[in-house]
Unconditional design. Structure first.
Length: 105
């Protein structure tokens, strides 16, 4: 799910499942390299986790609110609050470990 504005972001936070948000930009090579891994995690945890992306160039207010200083950054939300964070290019196992530790899976 691509989040394009504040309203869509708020709606995603209101979901019943944990939410992982990928903060990225099209000019960011590590972001483009991470995208397929995020998609793999999304497929593996389908039904258990919602995955969304925020283009920091299109939604700078959201990125600023969560202190996104480097991209790619993954934030994991549960109950509307940040419960996990990963910065930089990471592998699938690291992302899965983040999700499991943050949401007790």
């Amino acid at each position: 799910m691509n989040i394009r504005n504040e309203t869509e972001f708020v709606e995603a936070l209101r979901g019943t499942k944990p939410l992982m948000v990928d903060f990225w930009a099209p000019w960011c090579a590590p972001c483009r390299m991470l995208a397929p891994t995020v998609e793999e995690v999304e497929k593996e945890l389908e039904g258990e986790l919602t995955v969304a992306s925020v283009n920091v160039d299109e939604c700078p207010g959201i990125a600023q609110r969560y202190g996104i200083a480097s991209i790619p950054t993954l934030l994991l939300f549960a109950g509307g609050s940040v419960v996990g964070k990963s910065v930089g290019l990471v592998d699938k196992d690291r992302i899965l470990a983040l999700v499991r530790s943050a949401v007790g899976r």
